[in-house]
Design a protein around this ligand. Structure first.
Ligand SMILES: Nc1ncnc2c1ncn2[C@@H]1O[C@H](COP(=O)(O)OP(=O)(O)OP(=O)(O)O)[C@@H](O)[C@H]1O
Length: 330
């Protein structure tokens, strides 16, 4: 079966470079810009490949300015790639827009509806442009906006506007749903409601591609994810695979008079003011060895804490590692 979404060596270059000219979105840091400028302009997306099977939730993560929105816009058919190919439901989303558009739902970062319209009017207007639209009540209930129909868009809170964005994206019963930072601005409850809704959509067979800055969101929601940094995918896989690539951590405090140098050699440890941290890819073996050593030596390991890496650690590690590599290259 053709994947719902397929990106192959996808590239996006903004003409004229990213020197703060008109039309440029904010978010890039100067170091990032320098390394991504080429003769043709600014390389926001630098040859990325991934595919999303039907019915899967796929999350694109990345630092600010990594190229997530630029990628999603190519897949939505809002711009033509500068290189490589994008396929959505087997079609080119830019050239075959009329075949793709009715089958996808798009929630942009900024909805930009007329702010004087009410919620009900906005949904009606949108439904008028959507073939086979769901009843307004259904999408408003699904997104927690039932009862807010008569409120003007300008009177909605930021979180309620995100919900309205989502309601509109759902109107056409999309087979593929693109969600660009769907829960930004939502409170904890709103975020959880959105997660439940996205899971329910997956259960109905909808494919979802989302971008997010909330690592917990990707960890709990995504079947697979990719982490972008400076226009490239630097790590991808299931949340478990991505975190497994990172070392686990064992931390404890040694009693006064027991230097970290007395630990078994295998447990290469970093000590700061008595607190020891061991980073390891063999958590069980190293923990067993450490506990055996402590027992034999009669040493108490205060505040002992052993844990696998989280997605957040994987993410931070990637960001700092690539920044170090860049600094070295400069
Ligand atoms: N129209 C444009 N012209 C020039 N540069 C642009 C334009 N749009 C985006 N960029 C630059 O391309 C890079 C990628 O931007 P993009 O918005 O895709 O990143 P992102 O990963 O979605 O970031 P964020 O998490 O901050 O939303 C950034 O450095 C941005 O400044």
């Amino acid at each position: 079966m053709t994947p719902a979404i397929e990106a192959t060596e996808l590239r996006r270059t903004y003409a004229g470079g990213a020197s703060g000219g008109s039309g440029e979105r904010s978010g890039a840091r100067s170091a990032t810009r320098t390394s991504r400028r080429s003769g043709r302009g600014f390389d926001a997306v630098r040859g990325i490949s991934f595919s999303v099977p039907r019915g899967e939730i796929f999350a694109l993560l990345g630092t600010n300015g990594a190229g997530k929105t630029s990628t999603v816009e190519l897949l939505e058919g809002l711009a033509a790639p500068s290189g490589g190919t994008a396929r959505v439901l087997g079609h080119d989303p830019y050239r075959e827009r009329s075949a793709v558009r009715p089958r996808i739902g798009v929630m942009l970062q900024e909805g930009g509806f007329p702010s004087d319209l009410t919620v009900a009017e906005t949904v009606r207007m949108w439904a008028g442009c959507t073939s086979g639209a769901r009843p307004a009540g259904e999408v408003l209930t699904a997104t927690g906006l039932a009862g807010r129909e008569r409120v003007r868009v300008k009177q909605l809170s930021g979180g309620e506007r995100r919900r309205l964005d989502l309601a509109l994206a759902l109107l056409g019963r999309p087979e593929v749903l693109f969600l660009d930072e769907p829960t930004t601005g939502l409170d904890a409850e709103g975020r959880r409601d959105t997660w439940e809704l996205v899971r329910a959509l997956r259960a109905e067979g909808t494919t979802v591609l989302l971008t997010t800055h909330y690592l917990e969101e990707a960890e709990t929601l995504a079947d697979r994810l990719a982490i972008m940094h400076q226009g490239r995918i630097v790590l991808s896989g299931t949340p478990a695979e991505v975190t497994a690539a990172q070392p686990a951590r064992i931390r404890f405090t040694l009693p006064d008079g027991v230097p970290a140098g007395r630990l078994p050699l295998r447990l290469r440890a970093a000590e700061t003011a008595g607190r020891v941290e061991i980073r390891t890819h063999a958590l069980q073996d190293d923990l067993t060895e450490l506990l055996g050593w402590a027992r034999e030596e009669g040493v108490r390991l205060d505040g002992l804490d052993a844990r696998s890496a989280s997605l957040e650690e994987a993410f931070l590690d990637i960001a700092s590692r690539t920044e170090r590599q860049e600094a070295d290259a400069r």
